[in-house]
Design a protein around this ligand. Structure first.
Ligand SMILES: [Zn+2]
Length: 306
């Protein structure tokens, strides 16, 4: 019955489905942009005072790999992080092209034991304040099969799994875990970012992972890629999937260099998803849907009217 309900939800037969305006009104809390508003997480951009370290730098969990002091690091910071915040605290704002695209969406909340809270401390009681990252995946199954799995109660830790959102073959966005919660999208994993290696051990019995500061998004695998998990590639994702993915992530303040893949963060040696992902196609769309509030040359907060 659940499966039938989910199918109805994401095939667009219910009132849950909507356009951009109803998305904003009804499901704002599901937007990745909301990640930055949660008390457990921190703003993507550094505070306006340049002497204050970014969350990633001051985090005890990563201080061994973050070698530079904030002042020394200013010049070597990646472009997105070097920009000054606008008066609204935003680094990126969405564009007219963003407003002109209205992907369909549905909500299919995962079973509560397939996701958890984001921790402010690791398993050793050390404060963690990593900036958010976005981790891209593919389902390797049909979307409905993946959603069924997330909505099924799993009592074994090893079987608990979820993404925050999934994008079906027709570009519909399925919201599965609220962004302020910790989805179980990656096991043993480390993000090798601009400030060094980042990972958080939240369970003393399991390897550390990026889940505590990750927003996981998955693309439904094309039919020729299903059942061929050992195949290194497939026919790729549809353009409408890239559009919906870019539209979704354009609402976040996560910089390009903190958008990564399961393959890149995985340390189990078993994950290679998303296979056949075209980053050029994705970033072209993302940059058409969001733009920096400031240009590099005009970094004057007074010029910002947002
Ligand atoms: Zn994955």
């Amino acid at each position: 019955m659940l499966a039938a309900l989910i199918f109805v939800l994401w095939t667009g037969k219910t009132r849950l489905q909507g356009n951009t305006s109803s998305f904003a009104a009804d499901t704002a809390a599901w937007s990745p942009a909301q990640m930055e508003l949660q008390p457990q997480t921190t703003p993507v951009v550094p505070p306006q005072t340049k002497t204050t370290p970014t969350p990633a730098i001051k985090s005890p969990a990563v201080k061994k790999t973050a070698t530079a002091k904030p002042k020394q690091q200013t010049k070597s910071q990646p472009k997105q992080l070097r920009r000054t915040q606008s008066a609204s605290g935003k680094v990126f704002q969405t564009t007219r092209a963003f407003k002109n695209y209205t992907p369909k969406y549905a909500i299919a909340l995962a079973h509560p034991n397939n996701f958890g809270e984001r921790y402010s401390q690791d398993a050793n009681g050390v404060l963690v304040k990593n900036q958010p990252i976005i981790v891209l995946h593919e389902t390797a199954s049909t979307a409905s099969s993946a959603i069924n799995n997330f909505r099924t109660s799993h009592t074994q830790d090893s079987r608990q799994v979820s993404y925050h959102a999934l994008i079906t073959l027709n570009g519909t966005i399925i919201y599965i875990v609220p962004p302020d919660k910790r989805a179980f999208g990656a096991g043993n994993s480390i993000f090798a970012g601009p400030f060094g290696s980042e990972t958080v051990k939240t369970n003393s019995k399991l390897p550390p992972s990026v889940n505590n500061f990750a927003y996981h998004v998955s693309l439904e695998t094309p039919r020729d890629g299903i059942g061929n998990n050992h195949q290194r590639s497939h026919s790729g994702y549809r353009y409408v999937q890239y559009k919906s993915l870019a539209w979704l992530l354009a609402q976040s303040q996560v910089p390009d260099n903190r958008i990564t893949t399961h393959r890149a963060v995985d340390r189990s040696g078993q994950r290679i998803d998303p296979r056949s992902f075209d980053f050029n196609k994705f970033f072209n769309l993302l940059h058409s849907y969001r733009q920096p509030v400031f240009s590099q040359k005009n970094n004057n907060p007074q010029a910002d009217n947002v």
